[in-house]
Write a protein that binds this ligand. Sequence first.
Ligand SMILES: [Zn+2]
Length: 81
Amino acid sequence: MAVVVKTSKMWCPVCGGNVRWSCPSRTGYAYCEYSAKATRAVPVDKIGTMKFCKWQGRVMREKNGEVMLVFAIEDVEAKKG
Ligand SMILES: [Zn+2]
């Protein structure tokens, strides 16, 4: 079951890494810097040991200008506790 989270903190909820996001208008997208989309920078010999974050999220710009990160975690065990 997916867990949907909305937060103003741009940190990955799974690994604590940076969240890469883009919000050119009122909405945009976001994903973890360690997601499969961002693996260009990962050395080949590290791929076997790295943990990838599968979630993909969206960002929404609130009326007050604050950017909120909205994401759903599926097929990933979120940190417990
Ligand atoms: Zn992550």
